[in-house]
Design a binder for this molecule. Structure first.
Ligand SMILES: CC(C)(COP(=O)(O)OP(=O)(O)OC[C@H]1O[C@@H](n2cnc3c(N)ncnc32)[C@H](O)[C@@H]1OP(=O)(O)O)[C@@H](O)C(=O)NCCC(=O)NCCS
Length: 163
C-alpha cells in the first residue's frame, strides 16, 4: 500500500470512496464527500492523503484548520477519514492517521482535534477532557492530540466546508 498526497486525478475516486464508506454509518450526515470538495474549493484542505493499492484507491484522509473560540492557532481537524468497505479493519485507516499526524506535525501544528469514537481514536493518543466543546455533542466525542505542550480549550469550529 502506497500513501501519498492526493493529485487532481484522485478527486472523483476520493468522492466515491467517502460516499460508500460513510453510507452505512448511522452517524453519517450524508455530506462527507461534499465536505471534502468544499474544503478543497475554499483552500482549507491542508493535507489530503490517499492510500493506493494495486492502482486502486483504498483509503483517504483529510486535515483542515480549526478555530478555538473563533481564533485560528495552528490546530487542525482530522477527517473525514475512510477505508474502502470490504477492506476495513486491515490497517488502512490507522496507516493514514499515523502518516497524516506525522505530516501535520511536521508543518508545525500544535495538534489535531476530531469528533469520533474514543474506542478507535484513543489508540493514536487522542483524548477528551471536556475543555473543548462542539455544539451540544457529548464531551467524550470531542478529542484532541497535542504535539507539544500547548493544550486546547474553548468552543471548537471547523473550517466552513465542514460546518
Ligand atoms: C473508521 C475507518 C476509517 C477505520 O479504518 P480501518 O482501516 O477500518 O481501521 P484499521 O484497520 O486501521 O483499524 C481497525 C481497528 O479499528 C476498529 N474500528 C474501526 N472502525 C471503528 C469505529 N468506527 N469505532 C471503533 N472502532 C473502530 C476496529 O475494531 C479495529 O480494532 P481492533 O484492531 O482492535 O480490532 C473505517 O472503518 C471507515 O472508513 N469507516 C467508515 C467511515 C467512518 O466511520 N469514518 C470515521 C468517522 S469518525
Amino acid at each position: 500500500m502506497d500513501i501519498r498526497a492526493e493529485s487532481a486525478g484522485d478527486r472523483d475516486a476520493i468522492y466515491h470512496l467517502t460516499e460508500i464508506a460513510f453510507a452505512p454509518m448511522p452517524f453519517s450526515a450524508g455530506n462527507e464527500a461534499d465536505c471534502i470538495n468544499r474544503l478543497r474549493a475554499d483552500g482549507d484542505l491542508t493535507l489530503s492523503l490517499v492510500a493506493v493499492e494495486a492502482g486502486e484507491l483504498v483509503g483517504h484522509i483529510a486535515f483542515s484548520p480549526v478555530k478555538l473560540n473563533g481564533l485560528a492557532d495552528n490546530w487542525y481537524g482530522l477527517g473525514p477519514v475512510s477505508a474502502l468497505p470490504g477492506r476495513q479493519r486491515t490497517g488502512i485507516g490507522s496507516a493514514l492517521i499515523e502518516h497524516g499526524l506525522d505530516q501535520i506535525r511536521a508543518l508545525g501544528a500544535h495538534g489535531c482535534i476530531l469528533i469520533g469514537d474514543p474506542a478507535y481514536y484513543s489508540r493514536f493518543g487522542f483524548r477528551a477532557d471536556g475543555r473543548v466543546t462542539y455544539r451540544d455533542l457529548p464531551s467524550e466525542l470531542v478529542q484532541w492530540l497535542a504535539f507539544g505542550s500547548q493544550t486546547p480549550s474553548g468552543v471548537l469550529t471547523f473550517s466552513p466546508g465542514l460546518e
